[in-house]
Design a protein around this ligand. Structure first.
Ligand code: FES
Length: 66
């Protein structure tokens, strides 16, 4: 059995970047297959492509600034 290394990087105000994973499990238990070396997982809840980030978090940032 080979060891795999999964790295999660916190992007402040944005997604979690996940490198090296095979799948992502959502809060509802659904599983999304990872087909890229790095994926951006939404954590703001605004994405139309859950569990993936679609940059909708940027709209929230713009609206909160004066
Ligand atoms: S973190 Fe980017 S859309 Fe949610």
């Amino acid at each position: 059995m080979s060891e795999r290394r999964v790295v999660v990087t916190d992007c402040p105000g944005g997604p979690l970047l996940v490198r090296g994973a095979d799948e992502v499990v959502g809060v509802d238990g659904s599983t999304a297959r990872v087909e890229r070396a790095v994926v951006a997982v939404c954590r703001c809840g605004r994405s139309d492509r859950m569990p993936w980030c679609d940059d909708s978090h940027r709209d929230r940032r713009r609206k909160t600034k004066p």
